[in-house]
Design a protein around this ligand. Structure first.
Ligand code: ADP
Length: 394
């Protein structure tokens, strides 16, 4: 069965095509500048060979049409016909109680739209694109794998806010947790790498959006993100954990209304707000290396928060077999890993400084005397979504 996995941004569409008989990736591609007043770059890569086209792409339905055209191109494609694509799977973010793996239907789309204010960067582009695709490709089933599903195993005491008891029931106010596909992938992969089904693993997904998750036997026990993807660690331009009562003071002192302040907390805060340089960790590291004190400070805050959550998860799991770094920052930033894991020998966590600087990919980074293994493992959220899509259809 061939499954297309879609990763949507408000003006972008990235995809991978899998043959699920052996989980082989047949192709991948991406289209940017969707709906903009400019040509989109539409690329497809099959067997390491890349083909590019430039064309105006009006919306996500047109983007998927372009993707299918490229995949079925008689010279450069890998499909004989569009009919071979049996489903499109989405790493959807948030639909409250409608969690799990679901065929995209009106109920799901309505739930995602009604929660747009909770996941403003994610829900609106997904819901809009899914509606377009349902109309344009009625014969291809669309499947949503909700990010929150993986965290359903978190014990109730770790997912509850101390708000009036009925709020959780009535308004779904609770720690939902996100990055489910990535943490699930790390949990499954680490069971194989450690040769242990009941492993205690702390997965550190650090990227544009970041969260930590403590897993026992591949099941989520606690995670750093709470009700919304704005919570937990500082994100690229989102605040991370924040005391809601500071808003009252901010409103009075700045003269801004709540909506403006919330917009700023979700778009001008996080690494961007702290560093004043960029929302991209590479730029911030470069600025810090050339003496920008504010950039250095932003990295310090991020690393300190990672350390804080590792401590929390170690306590919840009663120790760990492995700490795993993944995502763009987790896999690549030796600096953040070094800062976050400094002075943790009390817990048996000792990084090998040379390995940390030099090795890449699916490798260990711990010193010989470290009781806890330290790994980088490139995540593969798409294969998780493809597996779940097959599961949903069967
Ligand atoms: P997303 O969460 O959007 O999928 P990624 O997982 O690709 O993002 O992570 C993007 C982040 O990873 C950016 O902040 C980028 O700067 C950071 N990153 C990528 N490569 C490096 C590197 N070599 N050193 C430090 N940070 C890096």
């Amino acid at each position: 069965m061939k499954v297309l996995v879609a990763n949507l941004g408000s003006t972008s569409f990235k995809y991978r095509l899998f043959d699920m008989s052996d989980e082989r990736q047949l192709g991948r591609g991406g289209i940017d500048r969707i709906g903009e007043d400019a040509d989109s770059n539409c690329f497809v890569e099959i067997d390491g060979k890349r083909t590019d086209r430039q064309q105006r792409i009006a919306d996500h339905a047109a983007a998927v049409q372009m993707c299918l055209d490229q995949l079925t191109d008689p010279d450069t494609g890998c499909l004989d016909s569009v009919d071979e694509v049996k489903a499109i799977g989405f790493k959807a973010v948030f639909a409250g109680k409608l969690s799990g793996i679901r065929i995209v239907d009106d109920a799901l789309l309505n739930a995602m739209e009604s929660l747009a204010d909770v996941a403003p960067a994610h829900n609106p582009p997904y819901a809009r694109a899914m509606r377009q695709l349902r109309k344009a490709f009625p014969s291809i089933p669309l499947v949503a794998a909700l990010e929150t599903a993986f965290h359903e195993t978190i014990p109730v005491e770790y997912r509850t806010y101390a708000v009036p008891y009925e709020w959780a029931e009535q308004y779904e106010i609770r720690r939902w947790g996100f990055h489910g596909a990535s943490h699930r992938f790390i949990g499954t992969r680490m069971a194989q790498l450690l040769g242990k089904d009941d492993a205690k693993v702390i997965s550190c997904h650090l990227g544009g959006s970041s969260s930590l998750c403590g897993m026992l036997g591949g099941k989520s026990q606690s995670t750093s993100m709470g009700m919304t993807p704005q919570s937990g660690l500082p994100q690229n331009n989102r605040v991370g954990d924040f005391d809601p009562f500071a808003l009252r003071l901010l409103k009075r002192l700045s003269g801004k209304d709540y909506d403006t302040l919330l917009d700023e907390l979700s778009s001008k805060s996080g690494l961007f707000g702290l560093s004043g340089v960029s929302n991209d960790a590479r730029d911030i590291e470069e600025a810090a290396a050339s003496g920008n004190a504010q950039a250095e400070f932003a990295l310090k805050v991020l690393a300190a928060d990672i350390k804080k959550y590792i401590g929390q998860l170690l306590a919840i799991l009663n120790g760990a077999d492995a700490i795993v770094f993944t995502g763009g920052i987790g896999e690549n930033s030796s600096l953040i890993r070094r800062m976050a894991l400094s002075n943790m020998d009390f817990a048996g966590i000792v990084l090998d400084p040379e390995k940390n600087e030099t090795v890449r990919g699916e490798v260990t980074l711990h010193a010989a005397n470290s009781r806890v293994q330290i790994w980088t493992v490139p995540t593969n959220e798409e294969i998780v979504v493809a597996r779940q899509t097959v599961e949903a259809l069967s």
